[in-house]
Ligand binder design. Sequence first.
Ligand code: FMN
Length: 188
Amino acid sequence: MKKFNFVAISGSLRESSYNTMALRAAQKLAPKNISIEQLSIAEVPFYDQDLYADTFPQAVDKLAEAIKASDAVIIVTPEYNYSIPGVLKNAIDFLSRSPRKPFDMKAVGIMGASPGMLGSARAQYHLRQVMVYLNAYVMNRPEIMIPQVNSKFNESGDLLDNRTAEQILKFLDSLAEFSAKMNGPSDH
Ligand SMILES: Cc1cc2nc3c(=O)[nH]c(=O)nc-3n(C[C@H](O)[C@H](O)[C@H](O)COP(=O)(O)O)c2cc1C
């Protein structure tokens, strides 16, 4: 059975983030042939072309390298004011200036959660738009929008909702299949 190495980014920096809980739920639910390494964007500085035109911060370069080497990237985004959080946009903007071009032709799966009814849907569609410019291959379906997320995890971050668990599992299998198609045959 082919093995897949995914990396995953949470667009929230806070300790008790529901989106990070969803990311960790995906890690726990992943079948044996899929590994998911969490990458943090906490060390990414504010992008300033004057400072970083030639020299890349090591934290950003390491992120770019890990994304480049992965079979697919999962981005789990909160919704802030109907869009993606600034910290996530800043990290993507920074990564987009990396000569490694980490998102170019990279399989991407988008997830997100919100205490509201739409489960970060509006932010996810903004993220899809950003990914067009980076020439990423974003999986269309299944979508993972987790509404009323505050009722779906306990305080320890365990996922309590079976339907969401089933959706995440299906999402992971679909992303594996999708990334295999996007990356082409690898065994010859
Ligand atoms: C600045 C800000 C803007 C927000 N805007 C939205 C919004 O547009 N839609 C929404 O569903 N929730 C919105 N929220 C609520 C977030 O969905 C909620 O705080 C969520 O828990 C953030 O994700 P996290 O738990 O992963 O940190 C907003 C929260 C903040 C702090």
